[in-house]
Design a protein around this ligand. Structure first.
Ligand SMILES: Cc1ncc(C[n+]2csc(CCOP(=O)(O)OP(=O)(O)O)c2C)c(N)n1
Ligand SMILES: [Mg+2]
Length: 581
């Protein structure tokens, strides 16, 4: 084929609507508002389609560039967890997919719906618009590109032609958004998206919608209600009931009405207000052994069996959209009664059942027990804060308290180590988010940027350990914050180590040699850069804090830079040990 002919072909491919252009228009039509991207040679048809859309005024998802795939997925995660909409991410072929997987694992375990996509190396070596024209196109090709991410996502596919575009995209979005939600993966080969769209014209309305979640089974609910009705020491352990923000009010009403205390174990979403009289904090270990009936509500790990166990006569009810966590290879928590259903529907059904069988005397007794537990927890929290208030390096309990006091009205706090939740007051849903149970570090900063994108009016604070901050590709994070005008406050609790690694070594080898060593391997992070300067280098406000008494004023200055100057800010807070990981 002559060069002239090829040029003609290319010109034709851009004049008519390409599959890439139809794809972007379809995404927008289906409610995908944002496309987070980390580009490569596979993006050429999309970039061309975006340029066309600017000229023609066709609605397309907002393109948000991220200079690392981990950041792109973390931003999509943060955006999705706030908006409950499905964003899209596009990365570069096999190598981009490889970088995306850690973030995808975080989103999958937290049931955040994301349309993950990647280009695929051009299939043909010449002859078609989009055929191979770079030497990488041979080596980047894989036998099964989706194979590396298949275990993580709910569904994967490769777009093979334009005729199937709407079916493929609608199926991807419907599966991602059906409970339990999660990421899906679609490969988009370059020739396929460069080809002209077979049927040009208007977009057909969607006919392939997400499936509604199952309703809790009446008989199973009745069995659970019988166990809870006669319990003297019932307990709810949850991590994620608040993933449905409406469950926040449902749980508050249920817990109060029947005097059932709630422990939030490693919450990723907020399920109960801090001030709620049934809120018994975040540590199941003190309460699980005392309970005689436990409702495990949207919680993968309700306690650590190597540390505590419920009494033998204690009955356990598991409830959730996927109460057995079928994608976890092993999970052996008792499930005497297992309810499949959303938290709101389950609590509503349990309320009806329990109302029929209520022992007012028993409920009153429960209340006095709970009041006593709550007072004991509050005293311990106050003592920890007071003991830490003057410590140098700073105590994470004190830092947590100061962040809590400083956080503006309506603030959203994203925590990837080491905010102590018990030192904070969160009174409404979606005000706090914790890192995924998959714990792929490098999530918090990007998630905070995504949260800010979803809620531009809300002040957003990301709290991270020094390790978590470094995992998050700081240069990429601060660049994205500046480029996309997402002013967020980053507070780094910097203990110059991977404290979690040290704690786990000490837990396993309390009297071991590493415990006595001044320099155990793979723990200390010496010669860390001045994080505040990294933020400043991207145009942000940065400050290092060494003095506990200076922290409140530093937080005020940083928050003022965020609010009044619309600049991102970072406080590098020199901390001592702490943490519970
Ligand atoms: C991608 C990834 N790599 C490694 C780990 C293992 N890991 C868990 S916690 C942790 C250290 C976190 O350090 P930091 O954020 O400073 O918090 P600290 O433990 O010091 O409180 C590491 C390395 C992980 N969870 N994810
Ligand atoms: Mg650390």
């Amino acid at each position: 084929m002559t060069t002239q002919l090829r040029r003609q072909e290319r010109a034709q491919a851009t004049e008519t609507e390409s599959v890439a252009a139809a794809y972007l228009a379809l995404l927008a039509d289906r409610g995908v508002e944002v496309l987070f991207g980390n580009a490569g040679t596979d993006f050429a048809p999309l970039i061309e389609a975006y340029a066309q859309a600017v000229q023609s005024g066709i609605a397309v998802p907002r393109p948000i560039l991220a200079t690392h795939e981990n950041l792109a997925v973390a931003m999509a995660h943060g955006y999705g967890m706030l908006s409950r909409k499905t964003p899209a991410v596009m990365v570069h072929v096999s190598v981009g997919t490889a970088n995306m997987i850690c973030g995808a694992m975080n989103a999958a375990r937290e049931n955040v719906a994301i349309l993950l996509t990647a280009g695929r190396s051009p299939l043909t070596e010449s002859g078609l618009p989009g055929s191979r024209d770079g030497y990488i196109h041979w080596a980047q090709e894989m036998y099964d590109q989706a194979g590396m991410i298949r275990e993580v996502v709910k569904w994967d596919y490769e777009l093979r032609n334009g005729e199937q575009l709407a079916t493929v995209v609608d199926r991807a979005l419907a599966i991602a958004a059906s409970e339990p939600r999660g990421p899906v993966y679609l490969a988009l080969p370059r020739e396929v998206i460069a080809a002209p769209m077979p049927e040009q014209g208007s977009i057909a309305p969607v006919r392939l919608n997400p499936a509604a979640p199952p309703a809790p089974d009446a008989g199973t609910v009745a069995a659970a209600a019988r166990l809870l009705a006669r319990a003297r020491r019932p307990l709810i352990v949850t991590a994620n009931a608040g993933r449905d923000a409406a469950a926040f009010a449902s749980l508050a009403a249920f817990a109060e009405r029947f005097a059932v205390p709630v422990v939030q174990h490693r919450p990723r979403y907020l399920s109960l207000a801090s001030s709620h009289p049934m809120n018994l904090g975040f540590d199941p270990a003190r309460l699980v052994p005392k309970a005689d009936a436990i409702l495990v509500l949207e919680c993968d790990v309700p306690w650590l069996p190597s540390r505590v166990a419920p009494a033998p006569e204690c009955k356990v009810i598991q409830a959730g959209l996927d109460p057995l966590f079928v994608r976890y290879p092993i999970r052996g928590f008792a499930a005497d009664v297992t309810i499949t259903g959303g938290a709101v529907a389950t609590l509503a059904a349990l309320t009806v059942a329990l109302d029929q069988d209520l022992d007012a005397g028993l409920v009153a007794q429960r209340r006095s027990w709970i009041d006593a537990e709550r007072a004991a927890i509050a005293a311990a929290v106050t003592a920890a804060r007071e003991a830490g208030a003057r410590k140098r390096p700073l105590d994470p309990a004190w830092v947590s308290h100061c962040i809590d006091r400083a956080k503006p009205e309506g603030a959203i706090v994203v925590n990837e180590y080491t905010l102590f939740l018990e030192q904070c007051a969160f009174e409404a849903p979606d005000r706090y988010f914790g890192s995924s149970s998959a714990s792929g570090l490098g999530w918090g900063a990007g998630a905070a940027l995504g949260a800010k994108l979803a809620r531009p009016e809300a002040p957003v604070i990301a709290v991270q350990g020094d390790g978590a901050y470094m995992f998050g590709n700081p240069a990429a994070v601060h660049h994205a914050a500046a480029m996309h005008d997402l002013p967020v406050l980053f507070v780094v609790m910097n203990n110059s180590m991977w404290g979690a690694v040290q704690r786990s070594t000490l837990a396993m080898y309390a009297d071991g040699r590493a415990a006595r060593s001044n320099a155990p391997a793979f723990v200390r992070l010496e010669k860390l850069p001045a994080f505040e300067q990294i933020c400043a280098a991207a145009g942000g406000y940065g400050e290092r804090v060494d003095d506990p008494a200076a922290l409140p004023a530093a937080l005020e200055r940083a928050l003022s830079a965020v609010k009044n100057e619309r600049r991102q800010a970072l406080l590098n807070v020199m901390c001592g040990p702490g943490g519970t990981a």
